[in-house]
Design a protein around this ligand. Structure first.
Ligand code: FAD
Length: 370
Protein backbone atom coordinates (compact mmCIF):
# COMPACT_ATOMS: atom_id res chain seq x y z
CA UNK A 1 0.00 0.00 0.00
CA UNK A 2 1.26 3.48 -0.91
CA UNK A 3 0.79 6.62 1.16
CA UNK A 4 1.28 10.30 0.39
CA UNK A 5 1.41 12.92 3.14
CA UNK A 6 0.79 16.49 1.96
CA UNK A 7 2.21 19.06 4.39
CA UNK A 8 5.21 18.49 6.63
CA UNK A 9 4.71 20.62 9.68
CA UNK A 10 4.73 18.81 12.99
CA UNK A 11 1.56 16.89 12.12
CA UNK A 12 2.63 15.61 8.71
CA UNK A 13 6.19 14.93 9.89
CA UNK A 14 4.92 12.80 12.76
CA UNK A 15 2.44 10.96 10.52
CA UNK A 16 5.18 10.21 8.00
CA UNK A 17 7.61 9.06 10.70
CA UNK A 18 5.13 6.68 12.29
CA UNK A 19 4.07 5.28 8.91
CA UNK A 20 7.61 4.87 7.60
CA UNK A 21 8.68 3.14 10.80
CA UNK A 22 6.24 0.30 10.09
CA UNK A 23 7.91 -0.20 6.71
CA UNK A 24 5.09 1.47 4.77
CA UNK A 25 5.76 3.16 1.41
CA UNK A 26 5.52 6.89 2.19
CA UNK A 27 6.04 10.02 0.11
CA UNK A 28 5.95 13.38 1.90
CA UNK A 29 5.20 16.50 -0.13
CA UNK A 30 5.78 19.90 1.42
CA UNK A 31 5.81 23.40 -0.04
CA UNK A 32 7.80 24.91 2.85
CA UNK A 33 5.51 27.90 3.09
CA UNK A 34 6.99 30.79 5.01
CA UNK A 35 4.54 31.08 7.86
CA UNK A 36 4.42 27.34 8.55
CA UNK A 37 3.18 27.27 12.14
CA UNK A 38 5.67 24.62 13.21
CA UNK A 39 8.58 26.65 11.89
CA UNK A 40 7.70 29.66 14.03
CA UNK A 41 6.64 27.86 17.18
CA UNK A 42 8.69 27.49 20.32
CA UNK A 43 7.22 25.91 22.33
CA UNK A 44 5.50 25.03 25.59
CA UNK A 45 4.25 21.57 26.40
CA UNK A 46 2.19 22.18 29.53
CA UNK A 47 -1.53 21.68 28.91
CA UNK A 48 -2.58 20.83 32.45
CA UNK A 49 -3.03 24.21 34.06
CA UNK A 50 -5.01 25.69 31.20
CA UNK A 51 -8.45 26.88 32.27
CA UNK A 52 -9.95 25.68 29.03
CA UNK A 53 -12.76 23.30 29.94
CA UNK A 54 -13.39 21.50 26.66
CA UNK A 55 -12.78 17.84 27.52
CA UNK A 56 -12.18 16.68 23.96
CA UNK A 57 -9.47 19.31 23.57
CA UNK A 58 -7.93 18.42 26.91
CA UNK A 59 -7.78 14.69 26.07
CA UNK A 60 -5.67 15.42 22.99
CA UNK A 61 -3.45 17.97 24.73
CA UNK A 62 -2.91 15.69 27.72
CA UNK A 63 -2.28 12.71 25.44
CA UNK A 64 0.17 14.82 23.46
CA UNK A 65 2.21 15.82 26.49
CA UNK A 66 2.25 12.23 27.74
CA UNK A 67 3.38 10.97 24.33
CA UNK A 68 6.55 13.11 24.11
CA UNK A 69 9.08 11.37 26.39
CA UNK A 70 8.59 8.00 24.66
CA UNK A 71 8.87 9.60 21.22
CA UNK A 72 12.05 11.44 22.16
CA UNK A 73 13.55 8.15 23.34
CA UNK A 74 12.53 6.47 20.07
CA UNK A 75 14.11 9.25 18.06
CA UNK A 76 17.25 8.96 20.14
CA UNK A 77 17.36 5.24 19.33
CA UNK A 78 17.01 6.22 15.68
CA UNK A 79 20.14 8.37 16.04
CA UNK A 80 18.52 11.78 16.62
CA UNK A 81 20.14 13.67 19.47
CA UNK A 82 18.82 17.12 18.53
CA UNK A 83 15.08 16.91 19.00
CA UNK A 84 14.67 20.37 20.54
CA UNK A 85 12.75 18.89 23.48
CA UNK A 86 13.66 19.28 27.12
CA UNK A 87 11.63 18.59 30.22
CA UNK A 88 12.72 21.70 32.13
CA UNK A 89 9.47 22.29 34.04
CA UNK A 90 7.36 25.45 34.03
CA UNK A 91 6.54 28.16 36.51
CA UNK A 92 3.18 29.83 36.37
CA UNK A 93 3.82 33.20 38.01
CA UNK A 94 1.45 35.58 39.77
CA UNK A 95 1.42 38.30 42.42
CA UNK A 96 -1.87 37.04 43.85
CA UNK A 97 -1.33 34.14 46.24
CA UNK A 98 -4.99 33.15 46.11
CA UNK A 99 -4.79 32.68 42.33
CA UNK A 100 -1.65 30.59 42.77
CA UNK A 101 -3.30 28.40 45.38
CA UNK A 102 -6.23 27.76 43.02
CA UNK A 103 -3.83 26.92 40.23
CA UNK A 104 -1.94 24.51 42.45
CA UNK A 105 -5.20 22.84 43.41
CA UNK A 106 -6.24 22.49 39.77
CA UNK A 107 -2.88 20.96 38.86
CA UNK A 108 -3.04 18.48 41.76
CA UNK A 109 -6.55 17.45 40.76
CA UNK A 110 -5.48 16.92 37.17
CA UNK A 111 -2.45 14.92 38.27
CA UNK A 112 -4.77 12.18 39.51
CA UNK A 113 -5.15 10.90 35.96
CA UNK A 114 -2.04 12.54 34.51
CA UNK A 115 0.94 11.48 36.65
CA UNK A 116 3.24 12.89 33.94
CA UNK A 117 2.50 16.34 35.41
CA UNK A 118 5.24 15.43 37.85
CA UNK A 119 6.14 17.50 40.87
CA UNK A 120 3.89 20.39 41.81
CA UNK A 121 5.14 23.04 44.25
CA UNK A 122 4.11 26.47 45.39
CA UNK A 123 7.28 28.55 45.19
CA UNK A 124 7.97 31.69 47.21
CA UNK A 125 9.30 34.87 45.59
CA UNK A 126 12.85 33.89 46.52
CA UNK A 127 12.45 30.34 45.20
CA UNK A 128 10.92 31.66 42.00
CA UNK A 129 13.83 34.04 41.50
CA UNK A 130 16.30 31.27 42.12
CA UNK A 131 14.78 29.27 39.24
CA UNK A 132 14.38 32.24 36.90
CA UNK A 133 16.72 35.07 37.94
CA UNK A 134 15.37 37.66 35.47
CA UNK A 135 11.98 37.90 37.11
CA UNK A 136 10.43 41.10 38.47
CA UNK A 137 9.96 41.51 42.22
CA UNK A 138 6.69 40.41 43.73
CA UNK A 139 6.10 37.19 41.80
CA UNK A 140 5.59 33.80 43.40
CA UNK A 141 4.75 30.76 41.31
CA UNK A 142 3.41 27.25 40.90
CA UNK A 143 6.10 24.90 39.60
CA UNK A 144 5.08 22.02 37.33
CA UNK A 145 7.92 19.55 36.90
CA UNK A 146 6.59 17.61 33.91
CA UNK A 147 6.30 20.65 31.64
CA UNK A 148 8.67 20.90 28.70
CA UNK A 149 9.88 23.20 26.01
CA UNK A 150 10.24 22.16 22.40
CA UNK A 151 11.70 23.83 19.34
CA UNK A 152 9.25 23.24 16.47
CA UNK A 153 11.92 23.26 13.76
CA UNK A 154 14.16 20.82 15.57
CA UNK A 155 11.47 18.24 16.35
CA UNK A 156 10.01 18.48 12.83
CA UNK A 157 13.43 17.96 11.25
CA UNK A 158 14.28 15.06 13.57
CA UNK A 159 11.01 13.34 12.60
CA UNK A 160 11.55 13.93 8.89
CA UNK A 161 15.18 12.77 8.94
CA UNK A 162 14.16 9.62 10.77
CA UNK A 163 11.26 9.02 8.38
CA UNK A 164 13.72 9.31 5.50
CA UNK A 165 16.03 6.82 7.16
CA UNK A 166 13.09 4.41 7.35
CA UNK A 167 12.63 4.85 3.61
CA UNK A 168 10.26 7.80 3.23
CA UNK A 169 10.64 9.88 0.09
CA UNK A 170 10.56 13.64 0.73
CA UNK A 171 9.57 15.97 -2.10
CA UNK A 172 9.61 19.76 -2.04
CA UNK A 173 6.76 21.24 -4.03
CA UNK A 174 3.20 22.43 -4.36
CA UNK A 175 0.75 19.50 -4.32
CA UNK A 176 -2.67 19.29 -5.98
CA UNK A 177 -4.98 16.37 -5.34
CA UNK A 178 -5.72 14.01 -8.24
CA UNK A 179 -9.25 12.68 -8.49
CA UNK A 180 -10.90 9.76 -10.23
CA UNK A 181 -14.61 10.30 -9.64
CA UNK A 182 -14.82 10.73 -5.89
CA UNK A 183 -11.59 8.86 -5.19
CA UNK A 184 -8.36 10.68 -4.49
CA UNK A 185 -5.73 8.68 -6.36
CA UNK A 186 -2.62 10.74 -5.79
CA UNK A 187 -1.12 14.19 -6.23
CA UNK A 188 0.37 16.33 -8.91
CA UNK A 189 3.57 18.11 -7.86
CA UNK A 190 5.87 20.20 -10.05
CA UNK A 191 4.18 18.65 -13.12
CA UNK A 192 4.92 15.17 -11.88
CA UNK A 193 2.26 12.69 -10.87
CA UNK A 194 2.48 10.60 -7.72
CA UNK A 195 -0.10 7.86 -7.27
CA UNK A 196 -1.10 6.43 -3.90
CA UNK A 197 -3.77 4.30 -2.28
CA UNK A 198 -4.23 6.89 0.45
CA UNK A 199 -3.43 10.60 0.58
CA UNK A 200 -3.17 12.27 4.00
CA UNK A 201 -3.68 16.02 4.04
CA UNK A 202 -1.96 17.84 6.91
CA UNK A 203 -1.68 21.25 5.27
CA UNK A 204 -2.27 23.55 8.25
CA UNK A 205 -3.54 27.04 7.44
CA UNK A 206 -3.48 26.18 3.72
CA UNK A 207 -5.72 23.12 4.11
CA UNK A 208 -8.89 24.73 2.83
CA UNK A 209 -7.13 25.92 -0.37
CA UNK A 210 -6.00 22.38 -1.10
CA UNK A 211 -9.49 20.90 -0.68
CA UNK A 212 -11.33 23.64 -2.56
CA UNK A 213 -10.93 22.08 -6.06
CA UNK A 214 -12.84 19.05 -4.67
CA UNK A 215 -15.80 21.33 -4.01
CA UNK A 216 -15.23 20.93 -0.27
CA UNK A 217 -15.69 23.94 1.98
CA UNK A 218 -13.20 23.01 4.69
CA UNK A 219 -13.55 25.52 7.46
CA UNK A 220 -10.08 25.94 8.83
CA UNK A 221 -9.12 29.49 9.54
CA UNK A 222 -5.90 30.70 11.11
CA UNK A 223 -4.44 33.14 13.60
CA UNK A 224 -1.21 34.94 12.92
CA UNK A 225 1.41 34.64 15.64
CA UNK A 226 4.52 36.80 15.93
CA UNK A 227 7.26 35.64 18.27
CA UNK A 228 10.56 37.20 19.30
CA UNK A 229 13.93 35.51 19.76
CA UNK A 230 16.46 37.13 22.07
CA UNK A 231 19.86 36.19 23.40
CA UNK A 232 21.48 36.73 26.77
CA UNK A 233 25.14 36.29 26.03
CA UNK A 234 27.07 34.05 28.37
CA UNK A 235 24.05 33.07 30.46
CA UNK A 236 23.54 29.42 31.37
CA UNK A 237 19.85 29.22 30.53
CA UNK A 238 19.74 25.49 29.71
CA UNK A 239 17.88 24.43 32.82
CA UNK A 240 15.66 27.47 33.24
CA UNK A 241 11.94 26.65 33.34
CA UNK A 242 9.32 27.92 30.94
CA UNK A 243 7.68 31.04 32.40
CA UNK A 244 3.90 31.42 32.13
CA UNK A 245 2.74 34.85 33.33
CA UNK A 246 -0.90 35.91 33.67
CA UNK A 247 -2.41 36.43 30.20
CA UNK A 248 -1.55 34.37 27.15
CA UNK A 249 2.07 35.32 26.57
CA UNK A 250 5.07 33.35 27.77
CA UNK A 251 8.84 33.31 28.02
CA UNK A 252 10.68 30.18 26.94
CA UNK A 253 14.39 29.85 27.71
CA UNK A 254 16.46 27.52 25.50
CA UNK A 255 20.17 26.60 25.62
CA UNK A 256 23.07 29.04 25.42
CA UNK A 257 21.25 32.18 26.45
CA UNK A 258 18.46 31.89 23.88
CA UNK A 259 15.13 33.28 25.10
CA UNK A 260 11.93 33.14 23.07
CA UNK A 261 9.05 35.42 24.01
CA UNK A 262 5.57 35.74 22.59
CA UNK A 263 3.36 35.17 20.97
CA UNK A 264 0.65 37.37 19.50
CA UNK A 265 -2.78 36.04 18.51
CA UNK A 266 -3.95 38.07 15.50
CA UNK A 267 -7.21 37.42 13.67
CA UNK A 268 -8.27 38.23 10.11
CA UNK A 269 -4.79 39.16 8.90
CA UNK A 270 -4.75 36.93 5.84
CA UNK A 271 -1.34 35.48 4.96
CA UNK A 272 0.45 38.61 6.15
CA UNK A 273 4.06 37.68 6.88
CA UNK A 274 5.16 41.04 8.21
CA UNK A 275 6.70 41.60 11.61
CA UNK A 276 4.85 44.65 12.92
CA UNK A 277 5.82 47.41 15.32
CA UNK A 278 2.71 47.08 17.47
CA UNK A 279 3.16 43.36 17.98
CA UNK A 280 6.82 43.75 18.86
CA UNK A 281 5.90 46.49 21.31
CA UNK A 282 3.28 44.23 22.85
CA UNK A 283 5.66 41.28 23.24
CA UNK A 284 8.48 43.44 24.61
CA UNK A 285 6.22 45.35 26.99
CA UNK A 286 4.87 42.16 28.48
CA UNK A 287 8.10 40.21 28.65
CA UNK A 288 10.02 43.13 30.19
CA UNK A 289 7.26 43.73 32.69
CA UNK A 290 7.55 40.16 33.96
CA UNK A 291 11.28 39.78 33.36
CA UNK A 292 13.02 43.18 33.48
CA UNK A 293 16.30 41.29 33.36
CA UNK A 294 15.62 40.83 29.63
CA UNK A 295 16.20 44.52 28.90
CA UNK A 296 19.85 43.95 28.05
CA UNK A 297 19.12 40.95 25.81
CA UNK A 298 20.12 41.05 22.14
CA UNK A 299 17.25 40.99 19.67
CA UNK A 300 18.02 38.11 17.31
CA UNK A 301 14.97 37.63 15.10
CA UNK A 302 11.20 37.66 14.96
CA UNK A 303 9.22 34.85 13.38
CA UNK A 304 5.70 34.71 12.03
CA UNK A 305 3.46 31.65 11.82
CA UNK A 306 -0.19 30.87 11.06
CA UNK A 307 -1.94 28.66 13.64
CA UNK A 308 -4.72 26.66 12.00
CA UNK A 309 -8.07 26.73 13.82
CA UNK A 310 -11.51 25.21 13.33
CA UNK A 311 -14.62 27.18 14.32
CA UNK A 312 -14.88 25.52 17.73
CA UNK A 313 -11.09 25.42 18.29
CA UNK A 314 -11.07 21.63 18.28
CA UNK A 315 -8.68 19.66 16.07
CA UNK A 316 -10.20 17.40 13.42
CA UNK A 317 -8.89 14.06 12.15
CA UNK A 318 -10.32 11.35 9.92
CA UNK A 319 -11.54 10.42 6.44
CA UNK A 320 -12.92 13.21 4.25
CA UNK A 321 -16.68 12.54 3.99
CA UNK A 322 -17.89 11.84 0.45
CA UNK A 323 -14.46 10.87 -0.89
CA UNK A 324 -12.34 7.75 -0.94
CA UNK A 325 -8.58 7.50 -0.44
CA UNK A 326 -8.15 10.70 1.52
CA UNK A 327 -7.79 11.51 5.21
CA UNK A 328 -7.34 14.92 6.77
CA UNK A 329 -6.06 16.28 10.07
CA UNK A 330 -5.95 19.94 10.98
CA UNK A 331 -6.94 22.67 13.42
CA UNK A 332 -4.23 22.17 16.03
CA UNK A 333 -4.46 25.82 17.01
CA UNK A 334 -2.24 27.20 19.75
CA UNK A 335 -1.27 23.79 21.14
CA UNK A 336 -0.17 21.96 18.02
CA UNK A 337 3.40 21.41 19.12
CA UNK A 338 1.94 19.65 22.14
CA UNK A 339 -0.60 17.55 20.24
CA UNK A 340 1.04 17.16 16.83
CA UNK A 341 3.37 14.21 17.44
CA UNK A 342 0.61 12.24 19.21
CA UNK A 343 -2.04 13.08 16.62
CA UNK A 344 0.38 12.07 13.84
CA UNK A 345 0.86 8.70 15.49
CA UNK A 346 -2.94 8.28 15.65
CA UNK A 347 -3.22 9.21 11.98
CA UNK A 348 -0.68 6.51 11.10
CA UNK A 349 -2.72 3.95 13.06
CA UNK A 350 -5.92 5.14 11.45
CA UNK A 351 -4.68 4.63 7.89
CA UNK A 352 -3.07 1.30 8.79
CA UNK A 353 -6.40 0.27 10.38
CA UNK A 354 -4.77 -0.44 13.72
CA UNK A 355 -6.58 -0.21 17.02
CA UNK A 356 -6.74 3.26 18.59
CA UNK A 357 -7.30 3.75 22.32
CA UNK A 358 -9.03 7.09 21.93
CA UNK A 359 -12.55 7.73 20.66
CA UNK A 360 -12.00 9.90 17.59
CA UNK A 361 -15.71 10.68 17.07
CA UNK A 362 -15.52 14.18 18.64
CA UNK A 363 -12.82 15.11 16.09
CA UNK A 364 -14.65 13.95 12.93
CA UNK A 365 -13.91 16.01 9.79
CA UNK A 366 -17.65 16.69 9.43
CA UNK A 367 -17.18 19.16 12.31
CA UNK A 368 -15.22 21.42 9.97
CA UNK A 369 -17.58 21.16 6.99
CA UNK A 370 -20.76 23.08 6.19
P1 FAD B 1 2.02 23.70 9.76
O1 FAD B 1 3.16 23.59 10.69
O2 FAD B 1 1.60 25.07 9.38
O3 FAD B 1 2.42 22.88 8.45
C1 FAD B 1 1.63 22.85 7.30
C2 FAD B 1 2.54 22.55 6.10
O4 FAD B 1 1.74 22.20 4.96
C3 FAD B 1 3.39 23.74 5.66
O5 FAD B 1 4.74 23.36 5.60
C4 FAD B 1 2.87 24.06 4.25
O6 FAD B 1 3.90 24.55 3.40
C5 FAD B 1 2.37 22.70 3.80
N1 FAD B 1 1.40 22.78 2.70
C6 FAD B 1 0.19 23.38 2.73
N2 FAD B 1 -0.42 23.24 1.52
C7 FAD B 1 0.42 22.54 0.74
C8 FAD B 1 0.37 22.08 -0.62
N3 FAD B 1 -0.69 22.31 -1.40
N4 FAD B 1 1.44 21.40 -1.10
C9 FAD B 1 2.51 21.14 -0.31
N5 FAD B 1 2.61 21.55 0.97
C10 FAD B 1 1.59 22.23 1.48
N6 FAD B 1 1.90 24.94 20.09
C11 FAD B 1 2.21 24.43 21.32
O7 FAD B 1 1.82 23.30 21.64
N7 FAD B 1 2.93 25.15 22.21
C12 FAD B 1 3.39 26.39 21.92
O8 FAD B 1 4.01 27.03 22.77
C13 FAD B 1 3.10 26.95 20.64
N8 FAD B 1 3.55 28.18 20.31
C14 FAD B 1 3.29 28.70 19.08
C15 FAD B 1 3.81 29.95 18.74
C16 FAD B 1 3.58 30.50 17.48
C17 FAD B 1 4.13 31.85 17.13
C18 FAD B 1 2.80 29.77 16.53
C19 FAD B 1 2.55 30.33 15.16
C20 FAD B 1 2.28 28.52 16.88
C21 FAD B 1 2.50 27.98 18.14
N9 FAD B 1 1.99 26.72 18.52
C22 FAD B 1 2.31 26.18 19.74
C23 FAD B 1 1.03 26.00 17.64
C24 FAD B 1 1.68 25.01 16.68
O9 FAD B 1 2.83 25.58 16.14
C25 FAD B 1 0.72 24.63 15.54
O10 FAD B 1 -0.54 24.24 16.02
C26 FAD B 1 1.29 23.46 14.71
O11 FAD B 1 2.62 23.73 14.36
C27 FAD B 1 0.47 23.19 13.46
O12 FAD B 1 1.12 22.19 12.74
P2 FAD B 1 0.61 21.67 11.33
O13 FAD B 1 1.56 20.58 10.93
O14 FAD B 1 -0.83 21.37 11.38
O15 FAD B 1 0.73 22.94 10.32
Amino acid sequence: EKFIVVGAGILGASTAYHLAKTGADVTVIDRKDIGQATDAAAGIVCPWISQRRNQAWYRLAKGGARFYPGLIQELKNDGESNTGYSRVGAISIHTDSKKLAEMEKRARKRREDAPEIGEIHLLSQTETKALFPLIADGYSSVYVGGAARVDGRAIRDALLRSAERYGANIVNGDAELLLNGTNVIGTKVNNETYFADTVIVTAGAWGSQLLKPLGVNFQVDFQKGQILHMELQGMATDQWPVVMPPGNQYIVPFQDGKIVAGATHEKNTGFDLRVTAGSMQDILAQSLQFAPGLSSATIVEARVGFRPFTADFLPVIGPLPGFGGVLVANGLGASGLTMGPYLGSLMAKLVLKEKIDLDLAPYAISGALD
